[in-house]
Design a binder for this molecule. Structure first.
Ligand SMILES: [Mn+2]
Length: 349
């Protein structure tokens, strides 16, 4: 039986995310050791940029070398190929690491399986030979036509879109795809097309479970998504603030690798006071609980000087809060009402 791990979009980064992103890599490596993985498929955007590859290549290779019994197959993604310099990539690679060409179709096989890296479609491409062993295609792309219900618009930019029929012509047993940050699977001609999804949280707002795909191939292929603990998740909180600068957040369930965004809306009498209170509160949270990152968004908070002494404003806010507590109206309606009110009383800013 063959065992594989399919991962993509780890986006190893050499800045303040270095430690966190390398930790996720280490979890993948430990998983590969534990699972006695034959192949680790790295399907693009393993590094956040080519510059990050140059800085972190040694760290990456060190981890790969721990996998004495695993062959690592690596394709470049659009993030790495941006500013990619092929002539600079004259590094000594670990013996168990194969990096495929950055364009066209490239091939690797051993006695157990065949792997085809499909980066772009060469204009003079003729048919590929038929499979003689379990065959895996690796690609960092979107598909044409799109067979998945889910594409985030931003994810379709700056990446090759490959014809489904072109990919199907390779007759692979499994299509290991990268680029889309969400775990997705679809079958065509009984062949699985699978995005492993990002291995970590790379962007604000990414409501995904980061992980890899574990594969087993005996008489047929089985695969399942595996959540990486060290990757954490993204959590966003909408917090209404009305005059007093206090707020409560439920931090139960937060993990230390989580990325927290506190998004505030409402009104305060003094923006500087509010900002100070935010700093103070965040410090308190950080003392209580270890967490990767806490950001706050305050562009939906308006400052209304004298709001405490203005009965008209006080009346509106009281009423608004009551309606919100009653939950009779959808949040969008109440949100719009508040927005219009604030625009009126703050003189249209
Ligand atoms: Mn990508």
């Amino acid at each position: 039986m063959l065992r594989l791990i399919h991962c993509s979009d780890l986006h190893l980064k050499s800045n303040q995310e270095r430690e966190y992103s390398l930790q996720v890599l280490q979890e993948i490596i430990q998983l590969a050791v534990r699972q006695k993985t034959d192949y680790l498929l790295c399907c693009g955007d393993i590094f956040d940029s080519f510059r990050d590859f140059q800085v972190l290549a040694t760290d990456f290779f060190k981890e790969i070398e721990k996998l004495s019994a695993t062959k690592v197959l690596f394709i470049w993604g659009n993030h790495e190929l941006h500013e990619f310099k092929a002539e600079k990539a004259d590094l000594v690679l670990p013996a168990n690491l194969k990096i495929f060409s950055f364009e066209g179709v490239d091939f690797y096989q051993d006695d157990k399986a065949e792997f085809i890296a499909v980066l772009t479609r060469p204009s003079d491409f003729k048919n590929f030979f038929l499979p003689r062993k379990p065959r895996f295609v690796l690609s960092h792309c979107t598909l044409l036509p799109n067979i998945f219900n889910f594409y985030q618009h931003s994810e379709t930019e700056n990446v090759h879109a490959l014809d489904l029929s072109f990919l199907l012509s390779f007759q692979a047993d499994y299509y290991a795809l990268g680029h889309i940050h969400r775990f997705l699977q679809e079958f065509r001609e009984n062949r699985p097309f699978v995005y492993s999804g990002a291995a970590r949280i790379c962007r604000s707002g990414e409501l995904i479970q980061p992980g890899v795909v574990l594969l087993e191939f005996a008489d047929k292929i089985r695969f399942t998504h595996y959540a990486l603990k060290s990757a954490g998740v993204f959590r966003r909180f909408e917090i209404g603030i009305f005059g007093n600068n206090d707020f409560e957040i439920d931090t139960s369930g937060w993990g230390e690798a989580d990325w927290i965004v506190l998004s505030f809306y409402g009104v305060v009498a003094d923006m500087i006071d509010f900002r100070n209170r935010l700093e103070q509160k965040t410090d308190e949270i950080r003392k209580k609980i270890k967490v990767r990152r806490i950001d706050y968004l305050i562009e939906k908070v308006k400052e209304l000087k004298h709001m405490e002494t203005n009965p008209f404003i006080q009346n509106f806010l009281k009423k608004w809060q009551r309606l919100q507590n009653e939950q009779k109206y959808p949040p969008q309606v109440l949100g719009k009402a508040l927005e219009i009110f604030l625009r009126q009383v703050s003189g249209g800013q």
